[in-house]
Write a protein that binds this ligand. Sequence first.
Ligand code: EPZ
Length: 415
Amino acid sequence: MDKLLINGPCKLNGSVEISKAKNAYLPIMCGVLLTKESIRLQKVPALRDINTMNSLLSQLGIKIEKEGRDIIYTADSITSQEATYDLVKTMRASITVLGPLLARFHHAKVSLPGGCAIGSRPVNLHLENLAKLGAEINIESGYVEAKTNGLKGAHLVLDFPSVGATENLMMAATLAEGTTIMENCALEPEVSDLAYFLKALGANISGIGTKTITIEGVAELGGCDYEAIGDRIEAATYVLAGLMTNSEITVTGFKPAHIEFILEKLVAAGAKLEIGDDFVKTKASILKGLKLDTAPYPGFPTDVQAQIIALCTQIPGASVITENIFENRFMHIPELKRLGAQISLKGKSAFIEGGNPLKAAPIMCTDLRASAALVLTALCAEGETEIQRIYHLDRGYEKLDEKFSSLGAKIQRVK
Ligand code: EPZ
């Protein structure tokens, strides 16, 4: 298994171009099931999760053609409506094939995602609301089987603004008969990006970017070319790298408005940032301790929680970070403590006493975003840190070692 060797502490310089958003392309890739016409997705990032989703789609019989960084999908002759456990168990986002399969083929059999490192990851909100759209849902031997004589529009109210449930239901409703009104929708930019993609296919959607989305079902959808938004989580990770190493770097290729909450909190804590329409430039800053709670968008994203804790290890004084979205998303903390970070856990909150110098040590990735926190902290630790199990990183960070090398970090990927 590959690992990363990172020599710290280091200074960074130059600029880094952010890749297109994994969490926008994953549901959009499920959306190709909704039409028999060809769809070209542009500048698709080379990530493990993208490969997993491509394996799942080809298992269903979708034609997949790669042209440079573009991928062309054609779902005109689906051979199966079953997403098997061997693929779904590695990536929970596979559950979002359920809505499109049901809407277009009136049948779907999808393995339950099962838990993952960060939590039990239930799908009750997906299933309850698909049933309201006219699906007959059966769960047995670890699979969800859904059937319908044809989905019908309904008035849905999500108990929680679940990203995946909003995406699954929005896709199902595009081909349902009549009007679907969805309330308490997730507001994450990736959800809006999916909605714009569906509109490009000819779906009739209004209220995009608000808590209430209205969809008029259509008989069939066409094709389109589509380029997703920049990855706001990757972008936030690099902005934090610039601040943690007291460097001047420019992070481009994404919308800073998509991480407005984080940028505001960092500036309020003393961060010197130049914020443009499509870039953020970091400058050496003296930061005060942070007190942040993760929340649904536009609040502090849970996907940046681990990376913010890494930052707090570099801020002299006390910080408190509370995780409200997932029940087990602090696995990076024992690894950071191996580098000498002073962090204690109490319930859903991590208490960080930052500012003491950290020392390199061998550490291990546990999940995607935790892995990013380990990389950021290794950049600041004295000596050579070895980071193992970096296949977690490969799920969501395209060419991370190359991007950090081009910023001047002493980072090496070794077999
Ligand atoms: C999406 O996961 C993202 N994944 C996650 O990013 C992200 O952490 C999460 O949204 C929250 O922003 C993708 O977009 C592929 P949720 P999702 O449904 O859709 C509970 C990463 O690092 N819930 O909004 O699974 C759930 O248990 C990944 O790229 C139910 O209870 O998130 C969790 O506590 C990790 N019942 C909360 O809602 C349901 O039916 C948020 O889940 C669905 C969710």
